[in-house]
Design a protein around this ligand. Sequence first.
Ligand code: BES
Ligand code: MN
Ligand code: ZN
Length: 501
Amino acid sequence: MDFEIINSDISAIETECLVIGLEADAVLSTSAQIIDKAAKGYIQSVIDDGDISGKRGQHLMLRNIPGITAKRVLLVGLGETEKRADPVHKSIISSIFAQLKNSNINEVTIALDDKINKDADIYRQMRLSVQTFCGEFYEYDETKSTKATPSLLEAIRFAVPVASTQDAEAGILDGTAVANGMTVARELGNLPGNVCTPTYLSKEALELEQGYQNISCDILDEAAMAELGMHSLLSVGNGSAEDSQLIVIKYSGGEAADRPHVLVGKGVTFDTGGISLKPGAAMDEMKFDMCGAASVMGTMQAIAEMELPMNVIGVIAAAENMPSDRATKPGDVITTMSGKTVEVLNTDAEGRLVLCDALTYVERFDPITVVDIATLTGAVIVALGHQTSAVLSNNDALAAELIEAGEYASDRTWRLPLWDEYQELLDSNFADIANIGGPSAGTITAACFLARFTEKYHWAHLDIAGVAWSKGKAKGATGRAVPILCQYLMNTAADQLDANA
Ligand code: BES
Ligand code: MN
Ligand code: ZN
């Protein structure tokens, strides 16, 4: 898919299809006025006939309009200005795609005059439009024998005023990079657990290394992890025939001496619950339990594509959680890489067990910040549903930066507390700490567990269990948290440039 910015007069452009907007109460947008004038009142006559009124969700495909060169005009209802926030923006783009995808139109020109989103400048509008188009294009077919029929749509042009060209083009570039990262994350998430194993994730990381000059990659196998004392991570994969992996992806876009920002992803490629076996209903969805890892992979690709001037290290803690005669049992006590011992009261609370060793491991990089991303708790769905991820942090500035990045990237988070009074819920009679905290505040106690291993640096945790995939008919990975992570890193890189200027 090609995206392009054009500045030409829309009444005189050659295009298969020109998309123009109609606001609520049939108010013609600027582009619609231009076309109406060139067509001597044709658009107005269609409105006067009552064929379209500008309500959101309406569309009307018109052909052979006199006085203009576009072959077709798609009139799109934009609805009321005040309602045009991100979700409406995305739904308008999706509805345009729906109109075009099964046609034989292979090129389209979109002239919506800045009107698609009341909360976004042209750069951000382009980001969101491009990301939404790319999201619509993606179709999973890797393990289907009938492959998806590719849409004929090849080029999408956005008509913008000359003065906005640079910003719009930047929006296309960044939007494409983020969208490609989201596609990587979705594809990895959607692959079944028998394909996307820890070893498969390692191979994907090696592909990234192959694909980008600035990316290098270290893979630690079980022996290497045992050497480092990562018995917590290893304990999760004990019951599985698949080897656990610690995958370290280094992106060097900054100076060699620049301290890195670190991302750590939960990569449980299938979570049966282990000996604390999960109930059968919807257990297939636990193939998505590596979506934190997938968003690290997608983000690393996106920042390499954008060539951000900073150093970032992505770490993936990959294991498969299975029951077997060798599996970790409830009551077992393990020793983490940090030396702290953990009583595993529930083998289904495995995410924190793989993450804690990865979080200790990354101390060696002397990170500026560490953000972990994990489908960690069902409790976050109770608290925030499928719209919002939770952020918990030991640093207020970092939490604020992530929340702001999520707002901007339309990948929103909400902060939950990480106060000391919750810590006692993790007390154990047989180890330094238990791996579960009882029935209340599940998302908080999970983060409290991680907090015991992140005291040496500024750290935040994103619980993406509610947002990483959709259920039901549209079951599939969403590509979240790639947008927020990219945005956070983009903002950080920009702040750094400002500080050095
Ligand atoms: N991967 C799950 C969390 C999860 C559950 C994500 C359902 C999405 C939907 C995690 O490993 C887990 O099982 N967590 C337990 C923790 C509990 C045993 C303390 C949970 O949330 O039930
Ligand atoms: Mn689990
Ligand atoms: Zn899990």
